[in-house]
Design a binder for this molecule. Sequence first.
Ligand code: MLT
Ligand code: MN
Ligand code: ZN
Length: 303
Amino acid sequence: MIIKVLGSAAGGGFPQANCNCRNCADARAGKPGLRRRTQSSLAVSPDGMRWVLLNASPDVRQQIEATPELAPHGRELRSSPIAAVVLTNGDVDHVAGLLGLREGLAFRLYASERVLAILASNPIFNVLDHDRVPRIPLQLGDAVEVMPSLHLEAFAVPGKVALYMEDETAGPSLGTQAGDTLGLKVSDASGRAFFYVPGCAAVDLELARRLTGAALVLFDGTLYTDDELIAQGLSSKTGKRMGHISMSGPDGSMAAFAPLDVKRRIYLHMNNSNPVLREGSAERAAVERAGWEVAFDGMEIRL
Ligand code: MLT
Ligand code: MN
Ligand code: ZN
């Protein structure tokens, strides 16, 4: 299996258009040790020829341009090696790229019933012709063959409904339902498998059990500390309020993964405020000491 990180940043990308935080300002100024990053998406292939996109980033066009494997390689005048797109939630950074996959691309689109309902309720997504782009609901726990030699299982993880779907009248849940945030287990014909969990609010017992002993987990690396947006004066929201577990701290992902025997663990979906984006920072050293890698755009993993 070949896995390519198309975009390793959270919503907004890095640097973010309206942000002058230290990370964004330094990245914009071209200071060393701060790679630019596009928004969250992964490409997976069993053979390097046919690909599935896990999430469709607003930066999808740029990501395809940067990835020769995703260019048309047949003799037909119009074609694409992208055979399927799978969505893990309804967030803008994961669905807006569908609009960049119009112009007649043909692929199967997989998402939860809830996310498919969001797409169905917004006529702009009708630019994707339903015949060329069939929409297929992902049932929790079912193994789906997204293409020959590539299976995928969706499971619910603790999370939050998409920002634009939040219902303040629903109390602290904001109207979140089970399955609004999915993790994916992706397996090839030989049984090799990895987990993709780009958004996650907590590692509960069920998720810990599921990930135990995994060969590879690509996991939510939005924030280093729960209050970093507040501390940097960027927003009034904690990570918990946004549905994102932080890396550090007793409730953080580094601590949660420590006993899980995951062979390779990689953070992605980093927010621009996250100090691990700064190579050489104490925080970057801390996650690496805990056995984590920090994904970058173009990172290729073979499993
Ligand atoms: C998130 O991951 O929390 C969302 O992508 C936030 C957003 O929509 O910008
Ligand atoms: Mn996001
Ligand atoms: Zn910033």
